[in-house]
Design a protein around this ligand. Sequence first.
Ligand code: SAM
Length: 482
Amino acid sequence: MAIYNPASRCADEFINHDEILETLEYADANKDNLELIHSILEKARKNMNVAKDHCTVISHREASVLLACEDPQVNEEIKKLAREIKLAYYGNRIVLFAPLYLSNYCINGCVYCPYHAKNKTIPRKKLTQDEVRAEVIALQDMGHKRLAIEAGEDPKNNPIEYILECIDTIYNVKHKNGAIRRVNVNIAATTVEEYRMLKEAEIGTYILFQETYHKESYEQLHPTGPKHDYNWHTEAMDRAMDGGIDDVGLGVLFGLDKYRYEFAGLLMHAEHLEAVHGVGPHTISVPRIKRAADIDPNDFDNSISDDIFEKITALIRIAVPYTGIIMSTRESKEVRERALQYGVSQISGGSRTSVGGYVNEERPHDTEQFDVSDNRTLDEVINWLMDNNHIPSFCTACYRAGRTGDRFMSFCKSGQILNYCHPNAIMTLAEYLADYATPDTYDKGIAMIKRELELVSDPKVKKLAGEHVEDILAGRARDFRF
Ligand code: SAM
């Protein structure tokens, strides 16, 4: 029998089933224990603005108690604290990105994904390098600077060489003032050697969703193909870090299994990365299962309500305060608006989830990986973010300045991120306004930049950022960073 050990390299030990069951029992036993609950919230609150050693500030057990608690007042307090923590570490910035689907060829049998090998109704498509270039130009023309590339698992059609070639193509498209400055990669679990190649290709974050931490469910949901191997999949982040990738992104596909089990597993995974590699996950994504070609979300009976979704987001923010939280266009404008307040720090905008979808404007639903709930253009998303007093940021500075992995984390933990990220957000917003904004977005953006520059506390940084903004808006220069 596997024994729980966060520092083990074996998935059965660091995502230990018995430990999760005991955690859920402990959470049930204490869900009305208001004294304990308040002490956990106090512990999380105290950690704010103090340099810390760990990526998690409350444990998976403590966070699970908060998740189990149904007291409305406590739930309000959780959201309030999440909001305070978000503002303390990230300010009012929201980083923007777009997914780029390279290929939907896939040999896996994931039962919730329309790319599964047995789906004969979906047209299979893999972008040529010319098509990648055309997609990137379309994305640059929207204003994007940061992409997450996505592909099915198929060693013949999408080998690592193909992925590397695409990354090289993406970084080398220079169209008007556009540039993709960070490519994050969401491809199937692979070997240390291939992770090393991705590192050498200068990727940003390696993202891999766990889908579900429940091993038995996982094996049923992935009946065929290499992804069937739970341990290979769950230990992928360790191999990625062994291959030199500093920033890794975790995620659960909510709806597949019981959310409380998943939540405990997710935090145990973060604790494991910290225990073994000395650094927690760079990001955590919170996707929920969506309708897609030959996929009906109602076939999965563990779907979570918007309220629970928001609470999970808030608790991730509280438990893992230095980790970015990513929310995609799987969520509607209304849900996004609320979740943004409770700790989400990165969102996609203007997304197409089909292969070739950015050039092919008529949205070919037949190759989409899932239905998009937020169909607004990037400009509409930016306009709306500003209406809600969030600064849209296209910043990629940390990664380009080598502030990744533990260097990013110590930077973030000491509160430094605000002195750099806030002016960087302002300057990248100015780039967006100068090159891509509609008139209304432009006017709102200029007003926001004026307001936000006033809030920069270091007078030297304030002066310099103001000068850079002027240079950008006048078209004299761009791509400044602190
Ligand atoms: N093939 C790679 C893998 O297996 O990890 C890349 C990931 S896939 C292109 C991106 C993610 O989309 C999956 O990890 C899964 O969580 C999510 N996904 C698949 N089907 C979905 C659906 N019907 N609704 C929402 N998300 C889905």
